[in-house]
Design a protein around this ligand. Structure first.
Ligand code: ADP
Ligand code: MG
Length: 259
């Protein structure tokens, strides 16, 4: 069965204008994303990755080109989209449970069943002992799991993940990216993951778009196929024999020069 198309980007260009200068941020981007796929986006910093996510979400309008989400032209900010950023953006004055239900509270939709669902999610993410704790009482990894619960309770059609693990230390990043990867797969979510971390992208994604230096173009799209004997998880997939091949290929194409 053919999978349905969730996102299509068509000849997207973005030029920012400020008083001092004009920045051609992204150039001629074409990309299709299908239901249940996790697409990675890697590229040098400043090449327009965050710009691309904002355009998909309808938060900014491209200078030219158009985006369709589920066949609809994106002309204003989309509602059913989940975000995760580098900073978790939890509200420090609300406990974890209250942070998780915030989105539904704004829509005046919090009832017993929502609270039950929130507690269930937090418990699935290993936070059942922290429902009434405040964000400052949690570690970075726990905060990021709470932020994921807040996103997932809205049951978004599409998740936009903008370097969500990059503020975490290496061990936590491995553990959390593994958990998030498993959760996205279990829930058959469609997601776009922007990351600096090539290994993270290979272990989590179905395919990876490699962007050039600014103005960011898509230089290549690489399909990832890793063999794994056991029930695959992102961490186990790092041990697949093909992993190194993909890593070297992406590293070469990224063409990062350290001056
Ligand atoms: P990335 O996420 O890949 O690091 P960004 O999308 O944040 O890149 O930015 C791409 C380029 O566009 C950068 O040169 C950045 O300075 C510029 N840029 C981003 N947002 C704006 C803005 N609101 N106004 C002007 N220039 C911007
Ligand atoms: Mg960015």
């Amino acid at each position: 069965m053919d999978k349905s198309q969730i996102v299509s980007l068509n000849n997207i260009n973005m030029v920012y204008h400020t008083i001092e200068e004009e920045t051609h941020a992204i150039k001629d981007i074409n990309l299709n994303i299908y239901d249940g796929e996790i697409i990675g986006v890697v590229g040098p910093s400043g090449c327009g990755k965050s710009t691309l996510l904002s355009i998909i979400a309808g938060l900014i309008k491209p200078t030219s080109g158009y985006v369709k989400v589920k066949g609809q032209l994106v002309e204003k900010p989309l509602k059913n989209i989940g975000y995760m950023f580098q900073r978790d953006q939890l509200f420090e004055w609300r406990n974890i449970l209250d942070n998780v239900v915030l989105g539904l509270e704004i829509q005046d939709k919090v009832d017993e069943s929502v609270l039950r669902k929130a507690k269930e999610l937090l418990s699935n993410y290993g936070l059942s002992d922290f429902l009434y704790s405040y964000p400052y009482q949690l570690s970075g990894g726990m905060r990021q799991r709470a932020a994921l619960a807040r996103t997932m309770i809205l049951n978004p059609d599409l998740l936009l993940l903008d370097e969500p693990f990059s503020a975490l230390d290496y061990q936590t990043r491995l553990a959390i990216s593994d958990e998030v990867g498993i959760i996205l797969r279990q829930n058959k979510k469609t997601a776009i993951l922007v990351t600096h971390d090539i290994a993270e992208a290979i272990s989590l994604c179905d395919s990876i778009a490699i962007m050039s230096n600014r103005p960011g173009r898509i230089k290549d799209i690489i399909d990832i196929k890793l063999s794994c004997d056991q029930e695959p998880s992102p961490i186990k997939l790092r041990e697949a024999p093909e992993f190194r091949h993909y890593f070297n290929k992406i590293w070469k194409e990224l063409d990062i020069h350290v001056r």
